[in-house]
Design a protein around this ligand. Structure first.
Ligand code: ATP
Ligand code: MG
Length: 245
């Protein structure tokens, strides 16, 4: 990260790419994660590389959902671990959520490497290693979750999630928050709260909202949840991309 000049016009984007490269080197991120990063980077460019107002509203609604939840879980994959490990640990602390590793390309080595990485960033408990429950209607490997983690969760935050799994979690009746820069991707389209924003901005901003809402009553949080319009958020992101072009 030291080699990237801070005044470079695409500094943030280069930094993000560099973190994914490091993640691959450390065995945290699958090589396919680099392609996902490339797609995300293209959409972020079109969005102006900033948190648009509809994304900020989604992040506030996400914070309200997480604070209202009985059992919120934040899902971590290889890109999430490489890009925002400390930020995910912090959000989990602020909203009192569990962290669970959930991988598309699941190997014991990568699971362990990611859990270690998160612990190195302050996590005391990391779920996802037991894998003693299954999400219905998904193929075996990708269905694996912890019984007392994602399986039992009422609210799940699933950043950069694969479309099939996002759909299967929705079918389980969970309140689903998705972070994904592509508003046309299936995952944000099935989410209760689609956050169309770069995860490096979305997670700290969700945490900031959660801090601001720490003293809000349940009724106040419920109003925020009710007032959020998922269709409008998706449309606003598409509109912004079209204008950007
Ligand atoms: P599919 O149609 O199979 O879902 P996909 O292009 O959506 O294909 P995935 O690997 O499922 O690819 O998901 C990666 C998603 O994550 C993409 O939609 C991409 O825009 C998004 N993404 C990548 N990097 C980031 C990031 N830093 N912040 C937010 N979203 C990101
Ligand atoms: Mg997708």
């Amino acid at each position: 990260e030291d080699e990237i000049p801070a005044d470079h016009p695409r500094y943030q984007d280069l930094l993000t790419r560099h973190r994914i490269e490091k993640g691959v080197e450390k065995g945290i991120t699958h090589l396919q994660g680099m392609h996902a990063e490339g797609r995300g980077s293209a959409f972020d460019y079109l969005l102006g590389e900033e948190t648009i107002p509809s994304a900020d509203a989604a992040e506030r609604a996400a914070a309200a959902h997480l604070l209202l939840a009985d059992h919120p879980v934040l899902s971590i994959n290889g890109n999430v671990a490489a890009l925002v490990p400390a930020e995910m640990v912090e959000l989990a602390d602020v909203v009192d959520a569990d962290l669970e590793v959930n991988l598309f390309n699941r190997t014991p080595e990568r699971l362990e490497a990611i859990a270690d990485h998160l612990r190195g960033h302050g996590a005391d408990e990391v779920k996802g290693l037991e894998a003693d429950a299954r999400i219905p209607n998904l193929d075996h490997q990708r269905a694996k979750v912890d019984e007392d983690g994602i399986y039992a969760a009422d609210v799940v935050l699933v950043p950069l999630e694969d479309g099939d799994r996002a759909e299967a979690l929705e079918e389980m009746g969970k309140t689903e928050i998705v972070i994904d820069l592509n508003p046309l991707s299936r995952s944000p389209r099935v989410a209760d709260v689609p956050i169309v924003d770069n995860i490096v901005r979305a997670v700290p901003n969700t945490t900031a909202h959660a801090r601001n809402l720490a003293d809000a009553s349940e009724a106040e949080l419920e109003v925020i949840v009710e007032e959020f319009d998922r269709e409008r958020a998706l449309e606003a992101a598409e509109e912004r991309i079209r204008t950007g072009l």
